[in-house]
Ligand binder design. Structure first.
Ligand SMILES: [Zn+2]
Ligand SMILES: [Zn+2]
Length: 280
C-alpha cells in the first residue's frame, strides 16, 4: 500500500499550521488524496515564555473555522471529500480541553454532539499530561497508571472517532512500551466500545518528528525512533480493529513529508483502513 488515500489529521493556520484551509485542500487534491479531515487543535498551550495562547479565543473565530470548512466542502466537492474536525486534548479525568470560543459554541449549540464538526480526534500529548499531573499533584509512582486510565477514558468517550497518535504521550513519559497487562486493558476497552456501537480507530501517524521533540526523548536516547508499538497494533487488528492514517501535516509540505513505514511493518491490507466517506 503506497498512497495515502484518506488523511485524517491536518492542521491549518487556524491553529498552529502554516497554510490556509484552501491551500491545504488544493494541495491534497494535487497530490491525489481522495479525502481529508481538517483537524485543528481545540486548545492552545503554554509556550516557552509561560504565556498561554488560544487558537479559538472567540465564538466568532470558531464559527469562521466551521464555515470555511463547509465552504471548501462545496467548492471542491467534485474533487475531494472534505470533513471538518478537531484534535481534542483529553485530560486525565477524561475531560475535553477547549479554547474559550469553542466552549461558548458548545453552550450555544447543545444539540451539536460533536462541537459542530464531523470527526473528533482525541489525543494525549506528553506536555499536557505533565501539566495535569502537576496541577492535580499526581505522584511520580502513580503516573503510569494515570496515563493508562487517561488512554482508557479517551477510548470510552463516545464522541471521539479517532485515537490520534496513540503512543505519543506514553513515549514522552516512559521509555518502555505497554506491558502485557496494559495492552489487554487497552484492547479490551476498544472491544467493549465496538460492541456498544462506538466506532473508534487507532490513527497511524506519519509525521516525522524532529529529534528535539520532547515527547519522544526517551526513545531517542536509545538511538531509535519507535513511535508505534507494533505488538499493541498487531493485537488490536487481530481483535478486529481498523486503522486510519494521518499525516499530521502543519503545512502543505507536511502532507507528503511523512513516514508510513509502519504500514509495511504491519503488512496492512487496504481493507483494514477505515474510510469515513464510506460510513453509512
Ligand atoms: Zn499542531
Ligand atoms: Zn497531536
Amino acid at each position: 500500500m503506497s498512497m495515502l488515500r484518506q488523511d485524517v489529521q491536518t492542521h491549518t493556520n487556524y491553529s498552529d499550521g502554516e497554510n490556509t484551509i484552501t491551500q491545504m485542500v488544493k494541495s491534497a487534491i494535487d497530490i491525489g488524496i481522495e479525502s481529508i479531515v481538517i483537524s485543528d487543535h481545540a486548545k492552545g498551550w503554554v509556550s516557552g515564555d509561560g504565556t498561554r495562547s488560544e487558537f479559538f479565543p472567540t465564538y466568532e473565530k470558531y464559527v469562521n473555522y466551521l464555515q470555511e470548512v463547509e465552504h471548501v466542502k462545496n467548492v471542491f466537492s467534485d474533487k475531494i471529500k472534505i470533513f471538518s474536525g478537531l484534535e481534542i486534548e483529553i485530560g486525565v479525568q477524561g475531560d475535553f480541553k477547549l479554547d474559550a470560543g469553542i466552549i461558548e459554541y458548545a453552550q450555544k449549540h447543545k444539540d451539536r454532539r460533536k462541537l459542530g464538526v464531523d470527526i473528533l480526534l482525541g489525543s494525549i500529548h506528553s506536555e499536557s499530561f505533565e501539566e495535569d499531573c502537576t496541577e492535580q499533584e499526581i505522584k511520580v509512582k502513580d503516573k503510569r497508571a494515570v496515563m493508562i486510565e487517561n488512554m482508557i477514558n479517551l477510548i470510552r468517550n463516545k464522541k471521539i472517532d479517532i485515537f490520534a497518535h496513540p503512543f505519543q504521550a506514553l513515549h514522552g513519559q516512559f521509555s518502555d512500551n505497554l506491558s502485557e497487562k496494559e495492552t489487554e486493558q487497552i484492547i479490551n476497552t476498544f472491544e467493549m466500545e465496538w460492541r456498544s456501537g462506538h466506532s473508534i480507530f487507532f490513527e497511524l501517524n506519519g509525521k516525522k518528528y524532529p529529534r528535539y521533540e520532547q515527547w519522544s526523548y526517551n526513545k531517542y536516547e536509545n538511538g531509535e525512533l519507535e513511535t508505534q508499538d507494533i505488538n499493541v497494533l498487531q493485537r488490536y487488528r487481530k481483535r478486529g480493529g481498523k486503522f486510519v492514517l494521518g499525516s499530521d501535516a502543519h503545512s502543505i509540505q507536511g502532507l507528503t513529508d511523512t513516514d508510513f513505514s509502519i504500514l509495511n511493518k504491519l503488512s496492512l491490507d487496504e481493507s483494514e483502513i477505515f474510510m469515513f466517506y464510506e460510513r453509512n
